[in-house]
Design a protein around this ligand. Structure first.
Ligand code: NAP
Length: 174
């Protein structure tokens, strides 16, 4: 089975970003992101790749989704469809979908885990995280991080696990 996680930081209205930038600078969240993704595979859309100040993300396998076969991503591998991504990763690999909005929307239905940072603030935004359907996702862990001189907003680190689909009843038991 593929190990697919989504990781995102959202505002109170599920905001993700504005004008191809993150909502705000939160070093505590960047540290959390790094600790979870380091040594693993990160997958992002081409626009998120464009927005990264440092790329590729060091010490991680970087994969970039694009439909443009003429683009070259220094230090990252291009991927041309979600199906190609699934074919490229092996079952031992821990994969983190790191955005943006279009890529979260594509993978939320096949992921097993969500790491969501709930930023306690509202922001101007032009992209949003998809709705987290509580009949499919169970909140299993949360940690509160208070704001401080380096982090202008408080935040909650949440982990959701996909609820296994209810198995259909065996015909003989009906
Ligand atoms: N808050 C967070 O945690 C977080 C995390 C990441 C990003 N963001 C924010 O999200 C925003 C970017 O999100 P976005 O939705 O505009 O862009 P995006 O998802 O980063 O990138 C979109 C691009 O990815 C490629 N792509 C997506 N799906 C594809 C598919 N099925 N097949 C082939 N290529 C595909 C296409 O590239 P081509 O156009 O090259 O074909 C598409 O234009 C920014 O504001 C960024 O800062 C926020």
């Amino acid at each position: 089975m593929k190990h697919i996680n989504l990781i995102a930081a959202v505002g109170e209205k599920m905001e993700l970003g504005f004008q191809n930038q993150l909502l705000c600078h939160l070093p505590a969240d960047l540290k959390h992101f790094k600790s979870l993704t380091i040594g693993h595979t990160v997958v992002m859309g081409r626009k998120t790749w464009d927005s990264l100040p440092i790329k590729p993300l060091p010490n991680r396998r970087n994969l970039v989704l694009t439909s443009n076969r003429n683009l070259h991503f220094e230090g990252a591998e291009p991927i041309y469809s979600p199906e190609e991504l699934l074919a490229q990763i092996n079952d031992q690999e821990e994969v983190f979908i790191i955005g943006g909005a279009s890529v979260y929307k594509t993978f939320i239905n096949i992921a097993q885990k969500l790491y969501i940072t709930r930023i306690e603030g509202t922001f101007e935004a032009d992209v949003y995280f998809p709705k987290i359907d509580t009949s499919r996702w169970q909140l299993v862990e949360e940690t509160y991080i208070s704001n401080d001189d380096k982090n202008p907003y408080s935040m909650i680190f949440q982990t959701y696990l996909a609820i296994p689909e209810a198995k259909p009843a065996h015909p003989r038991n009906n």
